[in-house]
Structures are given as C-alpha cells and as structure tokens.
Write a protein that binds this ligand. Sequence first.
Ligand SMILES: Cc1ncc(COP(=O)(O)O)c(C=O)c1O
Length: 490
Amino acid sequence: MKFELDRNSPTPLYQQLRNQVRERILSGALPPGTRLPPERTLARRLGVNRTTVVSAYRELAAEGLVEGRVGHGTVVLRPPEAAQSGVVRPMRWAGPTEAEEPLVADLNAILRRPGAVSFAHGEMSPELYPVAPLATLAHRVLQDGSALGYGPIAGYGPLREAIAAAMGVTADEVLILAGSQIALYLISRVLLQPGDTVLVESPSYINSLGIFDSAGVRVVPVPVDRHGLVVEGLEELVLRYQPKLLFTLPNFHNPLGVTLAPERRRQLIQLAARHQLGIVEDDPYGQLYFTPEPVPTLKSMDPGGYVIYISSFSKTVSPALRLAWIVAAPPVVERIARARGNLDFRAALLNQRVMEAFLREGHLDRHLAAVRSTLKVRRDALMEALEAHMPPGVTWYVPEGGYHVWCSLPRPLTARRLLTEAGRDGVAFMPGDFYGAGQLARRGLRLNFSYPRLEEIGPGIQRLARAVERLLKEEASAGGEPGAFSGPVV
Ligand SMILES: Cc1ncc(COP(=O)(O)O)c(C=O)c1O
C-alpha cells in the first residue's frame, strides 16, 4: 500500500492522504475488510507526524469509508451509496486469466514468413474439403424451414440411425454432439468426480489434458510405444490407482501416429472386463486408414458396455461443422444427453441435416476414398523426404493412417531448439513436449501431412533436415556425440 505525498502542494498532507485512500476504496482497489496500516507505522513510512495519519483516518471514518476496530486497527468498510455515486468502479472478475500459450505466437510468426511450410496444423488443407456437395446439400436443406428449428436433444434421428447402421449398433446407443471436445468434457463431468483417477496415454491429445485438469481428476500416465498403448504393466496401475476410466487413442494416435496392435486390443478389453474399467476410445482418425481394411474399433470388441466410443466428422469432412458422436450403452447416452441440455442445449440441426443427406446420398464414402488416397500419397512423400534428407540419428514411426508422423531427434537436440532454427527458414511443426512430459516428448516432433500440399512436403522436409544438420554441427563443434541410427522405426 504505497501513498505519495507532495510537500510542495497547497493541499495539507492529511488531506492528500485522505484523498488517496478514499480514491482506492471507491475504485475497489482497497476492498471492504482491508486493514489499513497502523497509524504509527504509516506515519513513519511517509515521514510525517502521526497526527497527519490520525486526521486522515478520522475524516475517512466520518465519511463511513473506514472504521476503527479494537484489536484490528482501521478497517475498510463497504462504501455508502452516496460516496459511490458518479464513481465508475471497473468490474473486478475473480479468478486468474489464462496466459496465451507462447508456442502459438511462435508458430504464427513462423507461418507469416513468405514461402512458409506448415507441418504444425491439425486439419486438412482447404482443397480437400468436399465443398461442392456440401454447398448443394446446404442449399437444398435450407429450402425446408424445419431445418432451422431446434433439433432433438440426442441429435437428429435419421443421422443417429445412419451412424448406428454404419457402426453396427442401435440408434439409442448414439448421441450427436458438437465436437469430440464437448463429448469428452461431458463424459468427464457426468462420469467422474473430483479426486477420481483416470489413466491417460503419455503423450496424448493435448486438449484432453485440459479437460481432465478442469474436472479435478488425477491423471496417471500410461506409456505408448510404436504398437500403441503399452498394455503390459497396465493391470498393476489399475490395481494401484483404481481408475474410473482409461482414455486412449487406438487408431493413428495424435501425436504419435501409431496404432494399437490387435493382440493389445484383446488384452485391453479383457482387462476392462476383469476390473470393470471404463474405456474412452477417442477415434477421430479411424476412417482415414491406408491399409486395405479399417482396424476394428475397441467398441466393436466390447462385450459388456465398457467402452465409450467418440468419433467426429472434424478430421474426415470438416471441423467447421462441429459434429461428433458418442456410442455408448443407452443409460450412458441418456445421462450425457441430459447434461448436454445444460451445456449447449442441442447440436446445430442445420449441420446435422446436411450431414445426414451427405451420408444418405453416398457422398461420404466417395469423399473418404478420395481423402484416404490423397493422404496416403502425402504420407509416402513425407516418408521419402525423411529418408532422403534426414541426417543419421533421426528416427520416425510409419503411420498406417491419420494425419501425423512422430519423429525423434538424436540426443542432445530438442524439438523446441529445432523449431527456433527451422522457423528461421519458415518451417513449422509441433514440438513433442507440448503433448506431455519426458525425454521422449522433448526430442519428438509431430509432423502433420494433411495440411501441407504434396509439392510443399519434399522441400519443407529438406529445409527441416538442414536445420537438424546445423544443430548437429554446432553440437559436434561443442564436443557432443552424433547419433548412430537413422530411418523409420518399424
Ligand atoms: C485425438 C483427437 N480427439 C479429438 C479431437 C477434436 O475433434 P473435434 O473437432 O471433434 O472437437 C482431435 C482434434 O485434433 C483429436 O486429434
């Protein structure tokens, strides 16, 4: 509490002090209940006579702004209405404001450079969106005024039915939501209590971590390797922590790009059955497979309603539609539907009607076939470029679908350091530690291949590889050891 008194001013010192305290009380800077400094202490601090402070406090007390309390000294009161009139007191919202993630600013600065290549995005390049059929269907759906009303709480019936048919379940097991993010949020609010434990892969989808954090649950990390979630050792974690849920990304993991091996899927389901462990299977990329057939979902192997499946049209059709769905046992669907009523009330009916027509008229199948083949060509181009240009010591996983490749740098390089170096050349990617802690994450980079166009991939990786080489040279001249192995980890 700092006050400045001006000895050259014609205003007496006690009035200056009174005015400054009054101003702070009325602006809310000194809220009710605040204890003012004891008279003697403040007098000493300001280098004035004690009577100066006593007079100031006495006048403030006369205005009803402070009160002398035995044993508490002088305490600020709620200002009387009259004292406040004409004074604008800015609203003081409680709680901390979230700081902007500095990484986002760094990436934006890199991407503003002319000729920049982004391996950092989490979406498709715009020319891959099915603009023409969506525009035609939106125009047609808009001819019918009923598409502009509220829809049912669990989603537009025909869309629920179409999704249910595609997944081999019944419509009452399907709930349409405005994005996977909302799905996960609602699951955490409906099925978890603060203090519960959830098992989460490390690294994992970054935005899930914020949800678990805000739900006040304890997150216990589970390792992931090139065959997906490491099931060995999981039973010990279940026995030790008694988790309510396991959150997993079995197909084309974000950020690792890996896929859960079939044997591990079987083991995981058996474990869930033995321990009544709920599994949340987040699968936005599952339909973007580069193999002849899709990988069976955990949900399709679920004998007892252990799995809550989440998927989305964000990665396959367009994130702007904000359409995702949950497949779960009907009582879970009902509970989550009720909770959604309090959150966003309904998903946009218009978008659901357009999407339903998109499915019914066969556009989705045609579109998915085209996207899979484009993404596979881009994945192959990325693999070739990595093999051609990356120096020894850099390794990567080969994804069988989805959007991402995970690349590991040799010690002692870190992805953040590389981002600074490659950023000067206009190449952006996501540093691994953004998705979790640990050495693996610090040396890892997530390279996206759904956003850069084919012709950008080779030159972009070449620039990235040169940046790695420059850093390795710096290390070598500083006496570091270069890595030995280079290439895909298969
Ligand atoms: C694994 C995973 N889950 C969920 C989402 C979010 O999808 P939506 O747009 O449906 O909220 C993403 C998006 O990056 C993702 O990678």
